[in-house]
Design a binder for this molecule. Structure first.
Ligand SMILES: Nc1ncnc2c1ncn2[C@@H]1O[C@H](COP(=O)(O)OP(=O)(O)OP(=O)(O)O)[C@@H](O)[C@H]1O
Length: 557
């Protein structure tokens, strides 16, 4: 790496010891000066303890401010616990707040206070660090915040006020906060009224449902502002310029977990402050050329659709409804007949089974974005081993009986399934992993499901296949000749017709429903298209842990 010229270097006092502190454009570093004279007052000298020094990336410095040593008050008027007694020789001090990494992708805000002999030197340090921070272009200055007060355990407001707002204030980020009053309040506000030009980003305090609202609002608004018709499945959508930050405060926070690696409001707030950027694909879902919804993580028909539909009827049970409905759906063991057609992503890097998960700075996403896969022509190769697979005009067609059809546009990792539904799916490569689980015994299906909680390959089973796709369609068998299928209106009629078709009643119903990121879709016949990097988050993807994980130094030095 190119050596950066020093901007400033001084001997300053920290914890009653003299440190060599230096700053260049990339790092702020401090290292104890190893002279016998270094003790200034009362500290115990450890002759065998070698200080390796401490380095903080300038891009991860949150703020810097002068400290009034007489009152213990920072420049911004906040009180700070006095890090040490002022000494006569070092009467001036400044505090640097920075990101410290803890275990499991958790970030913390730490303060370090340096004491200076001269007031002018103290000023010079504060000024120079501030100039470096001002030169970082990706940091937000003004944010629009939506809080869902009813998400998860209804702690959204408290989480924001106690954990996030103080950090934004410390980093001099101003905010306009809207506490939502009803479902779709944030979506409709973003779509129509919000003065988006004055903001550098939108922050969502809530769960995946709230995040989906924000995405719907922002994507719609971007298309309207650019004269794009999002109703048409063939339209190329314009990417949103504003980034979205997620402060997890819902009962399901999968998007936050998959893009940051942990559901922790402070970590999320720090990723927003340092101005991280993580692009993300968005799937548009259409039925008969009519727009239904956008999907960001999982589209599931069969098992996951049935679990959601059943759990929605049992909301009174609280979060336990998911386990209850999961067990019930598993025991019911319904399968569904239909035709799946898809455009395989043959020219992109990576496969669903290549064991290379999407991580911070993912090269697969970078490479595939350059290819812009949605525009390259699809090549279709029929599977020679499969008698029910064929190619039609660049589309591969598979007919069968399925227990589950899942499309994962990200790994869908969550604390319950740390590897996720499709461990090698990428956040921003312009593709989704289409997982087809064919009719099999209950025992085999259970084996498949259990593999989501372990490191075993859930796709290594004869009745499971997985394809990386750019687009796909599903048509349930019993509506292939029907021009329009509305499950709510026609479900009962069709169900009785299917029962007539099958010799013995007690057979599987004709239709499941699609679970689209936790919302039930009203149609079974859908067409899905992946839009490469349509949105950007204040995140950086999951960071690989350092090979030798450093023991973090205590905060608030
Ligand atoms: N003020 C409000 N009153 C009622 N519903 C709201 C309000 N604000 C947002 N919502 C809706 O609440 C739904 C759930 O919110 P959110 O995702 O934040 O929490 P959650 O607990 O994770 O959700 P879920 O119940 O889906 O698990 C969202 O779909 C959103 O549209």
């Amino acid at each position: 790496m190119e050596k950066q010229p020093r901007l400033l270097a001084s001997q300053l006092l920290l914890k009653n010891c003299v440190f060599e502190v230096s700053l260049n454009r990339v790092f702020l570093t401090w290292k104890e000066v190893s002279t016998k004279k270094k003790r200034v007052s009362g500290s115990i000298h450890h002759p065998f303890k070698v200080d390796p020094g401490h380095s903080v990336r300038v891009s991860e410095v949150l703020a810097v401010g002068e400290l009034d040593l007489d009152s213990g008050m920072k420049e911004d008027g906040r009180w700070q616990k006095m890090p040490q007694k002022p000494t006569e020789a070092y009467p001036h001090a400044f505090t640097v707040s920075y990101v410290e990494r803890a275990r499991h992708h958790r970030w913390r805000c730490c303060d370090v206070t340096f004491h200076c002999q001269e007031w002018a030197l103290c000023q010079q340090w504060v000024q120079t660090i501030r100039e470096q921070l001002a030169a970082l272009t990706g940091r937000p200055k003004h944010l629009l915040v939506y809080i869902n007060p009813y998400g998860g355990k209804q702690q959204g407001k408290r989480i924001y006020q106690q954990k996030v707002a103080p950090l934004f204030a410390r980093a001099s980020i101003s905010t306009d906060v809207i506490v939502t009053e009803h479902a779709n309040h944030a979506r409709d506000h973003l779509r129509t009224e919000a003065e988006l030009k004055q903001y550098d980003g939108v922050v969502c305090v809530g769960g995946d449902g709230m995040f989906s609202e924000i995405v719907h609002g922002l994507v719609s608004r971007t298309q309207t502002d650019n004269g794009i018709d999002q109703i048409s499945p063939e339209e190329k959508l314009v990417a949103c310029t504003l980034r979205i930050g997620i402060i997890p405060a819902g009962s399901t926070d999968c998007i936050c977990y998959a893009t940051i690696g942990i559901n922790d409001p402070v970590t999320s707030a720090l990723h927003i402050i340092v101005g991280d950027t993580q692009p993300m694909d968005v799937c548009s879902v259409h039925h008969n050329n009519a727009f239904l919804r956008y999907s960001l993580s999982l589209l599931g028909y069969g098992f996951y659709g049935d679990v959601l539909a059943d759990s929605e009827r049992k909301r009174w049970m609280g979060p336990a409804r998911y386990d209850f409905s999961g067990f019930k759906t598993f025991m019911t063991h319904n399968y569904y007949e239909g035709t799946v057609s898809f455009q395989p992503a043959t020219d992109t890097l990576g496969t669903p089974r290549d064991k290379s998960p999407c991580r911070a700075g993912c090269l697969v996403c970078l490479h595939n974005k350059r290819l812009c896969p949605e525009h390259s022509p699809a090549k279709c190769m029929a599977d020679p081993d499969s008698s029910d697979s064929e190619c039609e005009g660049g589309w591969r067609v598979i007919r069968g009986k399925f227990l589950a059809i899942n499309a994962a546009s990200m790994s869908c990792a969550c604390p319950r399934s740390p590897m996720g539904l499709s461990p090698a799916a990428h956040l921003a490569d312009g593709t989704a992993d289409l997982i087809l689980v064919r009719k099999c015994s209950r025992f085999n299906f259970l084996r498949h499901l259990l593999r989501h909680t372990s490191k075993d390959d859930q796709f290594d089973m004869t009745f499971v296949e997985v394809h990386r796709v750019k687009r796909f369609r599903f048509l349930p068998r019993h509506c292939q000749n029907d021009s329009e299928l509305d499950l709510r209106e026609n479900g009962k009629r069709l169900f009785s017709q299917i029962c007539r078709d099958h010799p013995a009643c007690g057979c599987s119903p004709a239709f499941s429903s699609w679970n689209c990121d936790g919302e039930v879709l009203p149609h079974a016949a859908i067409e899905v298209r992946v839009h490469c990097q349509l949105i950007r988050l204040f995140a950086r993807g999951i960071e690989d842990p350092p090979v030798f994980e450093e023991v973090p130094t205590p905060c608030g030095i």
